[in-house]
Design a protein around this ligand. Structure first.
Ligand SMILES: *[C@@H]1O[C@H](CO)[C@@H](O)[C@H](O)[C@H]1NC(C)=O
Ligand SMILES: *[C@@H]1O[C@H](CO)[C@@H](O)[C@H](O)[C@H]1NC(C)=O
Ligand SMILES: *[C@@H]1O[C@H](CO)[C@@H](O)[C@H](O)[C@H]1NC(C)=O
Length: 234
């Protein structure tokens, strides 16, 4: 009897511990697969209609070439972080989705826009992604894609004769000569975080070019839309 009670006591303590360590942040799970969900961090700069809650997807702009866009969940991509544990720790992992036939790795990459010192466009092209485009890690208590700051802009795409699409871009933070931190958010773009929402990474069919051998377990939120942010934070 005593023994049973002691074991139950220990089990209770183990369950209670995580809540004591991180009382102020939304709970998360672990998954290899995840979707990326838009969270507008400054509501005053949201686009009209709002981009809050949209999911990152691929906009086809040529063979093996996609611009990273945002749209509804049902046409969004399932991503995974690729790399060794050490690569993730040192900020050298990449974020990949599988596309094409046979399924091949398409990495999320950032490429500096011509004529801008701070703004990059985001692509989901066949091949490796940009190292460091990965989910934030301890001691950062929130889970989101780095490097900050991602923005959503309504941008004309040449491939579609200048038709506008909601695309993902990235604005590098700089420090001015007088020590002021500049976020460099372009006019007309919404500053966002891209949050990982757990999703099932499907087993690859035989003959795939992609491999999940280095797909890392990633912290992710079960359902981003259900998080009440006003309950969390320092
Ligand atoms: C999501 O955005 C809200 C403000 O709209 C903010 O309070 C919250 O901290 C954001 N979440 C993350 C993970 O940054
Ligand atoms: C995934 O990571 C492993 C380990 O670093 C690397 O060998 C492999 O080339 C990566 N795959 C892609 C598609 O980048
Ligand atoms: C979020 O939490 C705040 C603070 O407890 C509460 O006032 C608000 O009603 C909640 N919002 C929703 C949608 O549950």
């Amino acid at each position: 009897m005593f023994f049973t009670a002691a074991v139950l006591g220990l089990a209770g303590a183990a369950v209670a511990a995580p809540a004591n360590i991180v009382p102020n942040y939304p709970p998360h799970q672990l998954s290899t697969g995840f979707r990326l969900v838009v969270n507008v961090t400054d509501k005053a700069l949201d686009l009209k209609p709002s981009v809050q809650g949209l999911y990152v997807d691929s906009i086809h702009v040529g063979a093996g070439l996609n611009v990273a866009g945002v749209g509804p969940k049902d046409t969004s991509n399932i991503f995974y972080q690729n790399g060794t544990a050490a690569e993730y720790r040192y900020g050298r992992a990449t974020t990949i989705t599988d596309e094409a036939t046979p399924l091949s790795p398409f990495g999320l990459s950032l490429s500096k826009n011509p004529g801008s010192e701070t703004l990059s466009s985001a692509y989901i092209n066949g091949g490796a992604g940009t190292p460091g485009v990965q989910i934030s890690q301890f001691p950062e208590p929130y889970l989101f894609l780095t490097p900050e700051t991602f923005v959503i802009c309504n941008t004309p795409l040449e491939y579609y004769q200048g038709r506008k699409f909601l695309v993902v871009e990235q604005a590098a933070t700089t420090v001015s000569s007088d020590g002021k931190i500049e976020k460099n958010i372009p006019a007309g773009c919404a500053p966002v975080r891209l949050l990982p929402e757990c999703a099932t990474l499907e087993t690859l069919p035989a003959g795939s070019y992609a491999s999940h051998e280095f797909a890392l377990e990633t912290g992710c939120y079960a359902d981003v839309a259900s998080i009440n942010w006003s309950l969390y934070g320092p």
